[in-house]
Design a protein around this ligand. Structure first.
Ligand code: AMP
Length: 198
């Protein structure tokens, strides 16, 4: 199963991705997590990405696309994968389509988590993220109020157009991101199973 998860920051993509990755036994590939891991360990990629992450802007496509291309060559993706946070604009979506079409492994479904802006603000400004290395919780620099505003603008201007892109490809499924985590997961799995059995 090859899946993409789309939705604004704060829609709960990471949380749902973890459930879906277990359900379908596919790796959860979060470009945001990969950038943060690089940033933390001070790699050249992390250093190049830092100012974009901190300000809520998209990291340039050249860096992001290469990183994803490389990740998709790892053997754990041979039975599928779940992309979370990629693609984030139409150019990335086109690059991904070409890459997968060359390998004859197209995307099966794109799940959109739908949520309103006021709900996003409430969620993100109180969100604390766990550091996988130490187990400690911290507030992400980009979960501060002023950066949230910018991330939502970036989502609207650059990422939302991929929703129409995938709708026209016949791959889009939209579910509400409101409610209990377990309930949303059930909704997501039912929608994906329905779509992929069409
Ligand atoms: P996320 O954890 O998905 O909210 O991503 C955090 C930040 O990482 C974003 O605000 C961007 O700066 C960067 N990022 C993640 N995915 C991408 C992507 N596909 N393209 C460009 N920048 C990205």
């Amino acid at each position: 199963m090859r899946l993409i998860l789309v939705g604004p920051p704060g829609a709960g993509k990471g949380t749902q991705a973890a459930h879906l990755s277990t359900e379908y036994k596919i790796p959860h590939i979060s470009t945001g997590d990969i950038f943060r891991a690089n940033l933390k360990s001070g790699t050249p990629l992390g250093i190049q990405a830092k100012s974009f992450l901190d300000s809520g802007e998209l990291v340039p496509d050249s860096l992001t696309n290469e990183m994803v291309k490389d990740r998709l060559t790892h053997s754990d993706t041979s039975n599928g994968f779940l992309l979370d946070g990629f693609p984030r604009n139409v150019f990335q979506a086109e690059v991904l389509r070409e890459l997968l079409s060359a390998k004859k492994t197209p995307i099966d479904a794109v799940l959109e988590l739908s949520i309103t802006n006021p709900e996003i603000f409430t969620r993100l400004s109180s969100r604390r993220t766990v550091d996988p290395a130490t187990g400690e919780y911290y507030q992400r620099e980009d979960d501060k109020r002023e950066v949230i505003t910018r991330r939502l603008e970036v989502y609207k201007e650059q990422t939302e157009p991929i929703i129409s892109f995938y709708r026209s490809e016949g791959l889009l499924i939209t579910i509400s991101a409101l409610g209990e985590i377990e309930e949303i997961s059930k909704r997501a799995i039912a929608a994906i199973n329905h779509k992929t059995s069409e």
